[in-house]
Design a protein around this ligand. Structure first.
Ligand code: NI
Length: 129
């Protein structure tokens, strides 16, 4: 498993991006609105580090409670794997719980992603390579 990106919740995508640009990040592509998850997503990069800025589209977004809980902060690591199915088997064996079935992620070019939680590390995302 290779670290692909760090998911970072923000309340104001434009303001957060502007601040990260001052810290040396550059945009990786354009902002993508994800109508299914009701979020806007922008990937930014600094060297080898890819960060996914995630901004709830409104207070009814499923991500609004996460933002309320975590504030502006990183909240998941995403790992790139060859096979979601294969890796999921390993994770379930180590006590991870699936959050929901795998789905396409528009902000990642439609690649399949899946989320899990573990009591010791919190939220983990997988993206199929
Ligand atoms: Ni992510």
């Amino acid at each position: 498993m290779t670290l692909h990106h760090v998911g970072y919740l923000v309340a104001d995508l434009a303001a957060a991006a502007e601040e990260f640009f001052c810290l040396g990040f550059t945009a990786e592509g354009d902002t993508v609105a994800d109508p299914v998850r009701e979020v806007s997503i922008l990937f930014i990069r600094s060297g080898g580090t890819l960060v996914e800025l995630i901004c709830p589209a409104g207070k009814d977004s499923p991500f609004a409670p996460l933002l309320k809980r975590f504030k502006n902060s990183p909240y998941h690591f995403c790992y790139e794997v060859k096979s979601l199915e294969e890796t999921e088997r390993e994770l379930l064996g180590r006590g991870y719980l699936p959050v929901k079935p795998p789905e396409h992620a528009p902000a990642l070019g439609g690649r399949m992603v899946a989320f899990y939680v573990h009591g010791d590390i919190g939220i983990l995302e997988l993206v199929e390579g």
